[in-house]
Design a protein around this ligand. Structure first.
Ligand code: NAD
Ligand code: UDP
Ligand code: UDP
Length: 322
C-alpha cells in the first residue's frame, strides 16, 4: 500500500462554498488544512463540522495583505464569486484578485511550492466563440460592472504566468465554469440558489431577460475531484485548463427543471437582464479530459436534487419571524 505523506495545505476562501468542500475533501484524504478567510461571503456555518478536527485550522485574514505561513501547497479560492457580491465593493474585488494573487505567488516563490488559482470562465467575457476553448482570449468589457471581477481574474492569470516564467513557481490555473451545490449562500444571488430558494418559498422565479441565455452547470463534487487531480498532476501541467460541465442549458430550462423537481407552483417572472451578461457559455473540456483523465459524472437532475434537499434543510432551520 502507498503511504500518504501528510501535507500542510493552505486553502484561501476556505469558509466559502467551494473552499469549504475542498477543505473537507483534503482533510478526508489525510492532509492538514489551514483555512484563510476574511468571512466576506463565507460563513462559519460552512466549516462548523470541520472545527473539531485537530488537523483543521482557521485564520481570519484578508489576502489583500501579505501572508507569512509555512505550507506545502496553496489553493487560492478567496474572492466573492456571485455578481451581486463582487459588484457590491468592486475595488475590494480587484484588490482581492490582484493583490491576493501577488501575495500568494510571493508566498509560493519563497516556499517553492505549488499554487492553484481558481480562475473563471468570466475571463472569456461575452464570448464570440462557442464552446470556449482555452486558447480563446475572450471578449471582456474593461469598464463595465462585471469588469472588477473579469479583469481582476485576468490580471491574476497574468501574474501567475509571469511568476512561472520569471521565478519558476509551479502554478496551476483552472478556469472554473458555473458550479453549484450545497453550501451556496441562500442570498448569494446566483441563479441556481436563487431559483431553488424562490421555488421552495413559493415565490416567483426571477428570470433576467428572456431566459434564452445559456450556462453549463457543474455539481460541486465533480469540481473538487478535478481541482485535486490538477494539483496532483505533474508540475509541467500548469494550464489554463477549463473545468466545468459541458452540458448546456437555457436559464429558462433550468427554471422549469427546478419547478419540476421541487413540485413548486411558483410562477416565472422576468426582470431586466444585467449589463454585460454573457449570452452563452459552455466549456470545451477536451484538455481536462486528455491531461487529467476527468469528466463530470453528476447529472443536473441528481445535483439539483442534492442541492434542493440542502436548501430545504437550511430554510426550515430559519425561524419564520426573521
Ligand atoms: P464564495 O463567495 O462562496 O467564497 C469565496 C470565499 O472567499 C468566501 O469565504 C469569502 O469570505 C472569501 N474571501 C473573499 N475575499 C477575501 C479576501 N480578500 N481575503 C480572504 N478571504 C476572502 O465563492 P465560491 O463560489 O466558493 O468561489 C470560490 C472561488 O472560485 C472564487 O475565487 C471564485 O472566483 C472561483 N469561481 C467560482 C465559480 C462558481 O461557480 N462557484 C466559478 C468560477 C470561479
Ligand atoms: N509575500 C507574502 N508572503 C511571503 C512572501 C512574500 O505575502 O511569504 C508578499 C510580499 O510581501 C510581496 C508579494 O508577496 O508583496 C510578492 O513577493 P515577491 O517576493 O515576489 O516580491 P517583492 O517582495 O520582491 O516585491
Ligand atoms: N439569472 C437569472 N435570475 C436570477 C439570477 C441569475 O435569470 O435570479 C441569470 C443571469 O442573468 C445569468 C445566469 O442566470 O444569465 C447565470 O447567473 P449567475 O449569477 O448564476 O452566474 P454568471 O452570470 O456569473 O454566470
Amino acid at each position: 500500500m502507498r503511504e500518504l505523506k501528510r501535507k500542510r495545505i493552505l486553502v484561501t476562501g476556505g469558509a466559502g462554498f467551494l473552499g469549504s468542500h475542498l477543505s473537507e475533501r483534503l482533510l478526508q484524504m489525510g492532509h492538514e488544512v489551514l483555512c484563510v478567510d476574511n468571512f466576506y461571503t463565507g460563513t462559519r456555518d460552512n466549516i462548523l463540522h470541520l472545527l473539531s478536527n485537530p488537523y483543521f485550522e482557521v485564520l481570519r485574514h484578508d489576502i489583500c495583505f501579505p501572508l507569512h505561513v509555512e505550507v506545502d501547497e496553496i489553493y487560492n479560492f478567496a474572492c466573492p464569486a456571485s455578481p451581486r457580491h463582487y459588484q457590491a465593493d468592486p475595488i475590494q474585488t480587484i484588490k482581492t484578485s490582484v493583490f491576493g494573487a501577488l501575495h500568494l505567488l510571493g508566498l509560493a516563490k519563497r516556499l517553492q511550492c505549488k499554487v492553484f488559482q481558481a480562475s473563471t470562465s468570466e475571463v472569456y467575457g461575452d464570448p464570440h466563440f462557442h464552446p470556449q476553448k482555452e486558447e480563446y482570449w475572450g471578449n471582456v468589457n474593461p469598464i463595465g460592472f462585471r469588469s472588477c471581477y473579469d479583469e481582476g481574474k485576468r490580471c491574476a492569470e497574468t501574474l501567475f504566468f509571469d511568476y512561472k516564467r520569471t521565478s519558476l513557481v509551479p502554478i496551476k490555473v483552472a478556469r472554473i465554469f458555473n458550479t453549484y451545490g450545497p453550501r451556496m449562500h441562500p442570498n448569494d444571488g446566483r441563479v441556481v440558489s436563487n431559483f431553488i430558494v424562490q421555488a421552495l418559498k413559493n415565490q416567483p422565479l426571477t428570470i433576467y431577460g428572456d431566459g434564452m441565455q445559456t450556462r453549463s452547470f457543474c455539481y460541486v463534487d465533480d469540481l473538487i475531484d478535478v481541482v485535486i487531480r490538477f494539483m496532483d498532476a505533474p508540475e509541467s501541467i500548469s494550464g489554463p485548463i477549463n473545468i466545468g460541465n459541458p452540458t448546456e442549458y437555457r436559464v429558462l430550462d433550468l427554471a422549469e427543471e427546478i419547478l419540476r423537481l421541487t413540485g413548486s407552483s411558483s410562477p416565472i417572472i422576468h426582470k431586466p437582464l444585467p449589463s454585460d451578461d454573457p449570452k452563452q457559455r459552455r466549456p470545451d473540456i477536451s484538455l481536462a479530459r486528455n491531461l487529467l483523465g476527468w469528466q463530470p459524472k453528476t447529472s443536473l437532475e441528481e445535483g439539483l436534487k442534492a442541492t434542493i434537499s440542502y436548501f430545504d434543510g437550511v430554510l426550515s432551520a430559519i425561524p419564520k419571524c426573521v
